[in-house]
Design a protein around this ligand. Structure first.
Ligand code: B12
Ligand code: SF4
Ligand code: SF4
Length: 405
């Protein structure tokens, strides 16, 4: 098929049609090679932690023509996910994106509609475009910056003047030739670069770097996932390093600190959420609700949300960590408790943690032990009692030895 070049009015019409399918931002860019892409360096430094799938797909991530041979253009799409309602908006226990049904699924319906639109308007067949949201081997933030949707802030996020830090991204690679949109403030960017300069509109601000509790942003825009609470609570499927746990504060799944503190959010408004389905009631779960959850309740509560991939054992592990941080953090304490009620409530948490020290999934146990020792000091030895005598799990025994030696 002959290449169609889409520009001017027809490009604007395509943009409007895709917006009508539920995407809040629709931008176009070409596949010019990228000067500023530091993915290889990032992986060589080990900042990808255990995300081996990122390492395996480096070549494709650096060169979209390996993902789709005939690709000419990228259609970058953004969906605003800022919740407008309590309790989702003001809490920091859950990453905001996790209070919706999994966007990998819900954005997919919009992407399929984009595919149908391309087939209908431009006579493409299904091999002449490819779409992804998050899971594909494409550098979504880099392409979004190249398309002028925003710029990559020092927190690494694609920040939009209109939506702040609150865009989820999706990518369509296509063989259509679409006139590229200009990147932001091109005139400030070195001539040979693709116009995606890190921190372009951040100015002297460094709030995200300073406020990250684990110092995970090792240089502007470059994040060491090993240190990142988001990585540890979502992607790490094993033991969370002890030296990081106390820094999690109240964060049970994901972390939005370096997003929340960004001054560019002040211009952001709640999104249309046409491709999102909210599950804001998750934010109302109490700590005891979670510590007492069984597999069936977990499945019911987190069905189709991103949290389900963590499985009950992962959530219990994270819940033990936020429980261990209760003395320094108020967010999981029930409100309106007098002193007596607070100590009764803490007693219930203590009982659940004690039970979880012998939980059937061994991964949970060291975290439950850690929380007991943090909250109750050496009293934990009495609480655990003889159970430790029959313990075989090396990580749990190591945790115990750490506290009693
Ligand atoms: C791996 C991953 C993670 C890892 C590592 C994060 C990281 N900073 O790399 C972990 C688990 C920690 C993580 C956390 C989060 N993630 Co995440 N994650 C990804 C994923 C799958 C790959 C990112 C990646 O390639 N990282 C490697 C680094 C080196 O790449 P990079 O950050 O994109 O930046 C480099 C390139 O852009 C390149 N570059 C520079 N200039 C240019 C120019 C061009 C044109 C190109 C192509 C590249 C380029 O250099 C940059 C610096 O090295 C993307 C989806 C995707 N396919 O892109 C989502 C994604 C980045 N995550 C997302 C989200 C929402 C989050 C969280 C907010 C979730 C949460 N609440 O906990 C946090 C935010 C943490 C943070 N400050 O980054 C969104 C971000 C949306 C946005 N507006 O930016 C994405 C895009 C998913 C999506 N489809 O919406 N994530
Ligand atoms: S997501 Fe949290 S832990 Fe990760 S870099 Fe941002 S503030 Fe730091
Ligand atoms: S907090 Fe400041 S430095 Fe960080 S991304 Fe936002 S504007 Fe940039």
């Amino acid at each position: 098929m002959e290449l169609v070049s889409i520009r001017g009015n027809s490009k604007e019409e395509l943009r409007r049609e895709i917006e009508a399918l539920g995407f809040d931002e629709v931008r176009f860019t070409d596949l010019e090679p990228l000067e500023s892409n530091r993915l290889r360096e990032w992986v060589e430094l080990g900042y990808h932690a255990d995300m081996e799938w990122l390492k395996r797909s480096i070549e494709k991530r650096l060169d979209p023509s390996l993902v789709m041979e005939e690709a000419c253009s990228v259609i970058m799409l953004g969906v605003n996910y800022l919740p407008g309602e309590e309790p989702a908006l003001s809490q920091s226990r859950w990453g905001k994106y996790s209070l919706y049904l999994d966007y990998h699924d819900t954005l997919l319906s919009g992407l399929k509609a984009v595919g149908r639109l391309l087939e209908g308007h431009y006579d493409l067949d299904s091999k002449e475009y490819r779409y992804y949201t998050d899971t594909g081997p494409v550098m979504e933030r880099g392409w979004a910056a190249a398309s002028g949707m925003g710029w990559q802030g020092k927190n690494g996020m694609l920040i939009s003047k209109k939506h702040g830090n609150w865009l989820l991204l999706a990518t369509v690679l296509t063989k259509l030739k679409i006139e590229p949109d200009p990147p932001l403030k091109k005139k400030l960017v070195a001539k040979e670069s693709k116009g995606a300069e890190m921190g372009l509109l951040c100015g002297k601000c460094v709030r995200c770097i300073e406020d990250c509790p684990t110092d995970a942003i090792v240089e502007p825009g470059l994040l060491d996932a090993n240190l990142c609470i988001s990585y540890q609570t979502i992607e790490n499927k094993g033991i969370i390093p002890r030296e990081l746990r106390h820094l999690f504060g109240s964060r049970i799944f994901g972390c939005d600190i370096c997003l929340d503190v960004c001054p560019w959010n002040r211009f952001a408004r709640e999104g249309r959420r046409l491709l999102l389905v909210s599950r804001f009631q998750i934010a109302s779960l109490s700590l005891l609700d979670i510590l007492r959850m069984d597999t069936e309740e977990f499945r019911e509560c987190f069905r189709k949300t991103p949290i389900k991939r963590l499985k009950l054992r992962g959530l219990l592990r994270n819940a033990c960590i936020v429980a261990g941080n209760l003395h320094e953090n108020d967010e999981w304490w029930p409100s309106d408790l007098d002193d007596n009620m607070r100590s009764a409530w803490l007693g219930e948490v203590r009982d659940e943690l004690t039970r979880l020290c012998s939980y059937e999934e061994t991964m949970v146990r060291p975290h439950a032990l850690w929380a007991l020792f943090r909250l109750f000091g050496q009293e934990a030895v009495v609480l655990i009692g003889d159970a430790i005598e029959s313990e075989k799990d090396p990580a749990t025994l190591e945790e115990y030895a750490y506290w009693v030696s």
